[in-house]
Design a binder for this molecule. Structure first.
Ligand SMILES: [Cu+2]
Length: 114
């Protein structure tokens, strides 16, 4: 019985902290959209986020992107992909630390088609 109460407490604490955390409000390209070109990869957070890692995976595997935003906590994160991404499906995965120091992660995807 004590274990059950503890489990519920953990569950409640977890869901509260998830709700309290900043997820990207908007991304560029927007999630699940099709675009002709990608000039920048951007994420906007409602609370400052220190993005500690970000990867871009495309049809031929991982693609290196150039961070324009450093390791500071920001509400607008920006990175630059190589010019002329080939057509295909892309996925961005990121990890970060929210303003209260909790680890966060997220993902979004888009398609390049000309
Ligand atoms: Cu937190």
């Amino acid at each position: 019985m004590r274990q059950m109460a503890f489990a519920l407490l953990v569950l409640a604490a977890t869901s509260t902290s998830v709700l309290a955390h900043s997820k990207p409000e908007q991304t560029t390209p927007a999630n699940e959209t099709t675009v002709a070109t990608v000039k920048a990869i951007e994420m906007r957070f409602d609370d400052p986020m220190r993005v500690t890692a970000i990867t871009l995976a495309g049809p031929d595997g991982e693609i290196s992107i150039e961070r324009e935003t450093g390791m500071d906590a920001v509400t607008e994160f920006r990175a630059l992909p190589p010019a002329d991404l080939p057509n295909g499906a892309y996925r961005v995965d990121w990890r970060g630390l929210s303003s209260d120091g909790h680890p966060m992660q997220g993902t979004f995807g888009f398609t390049v088609a000309e």
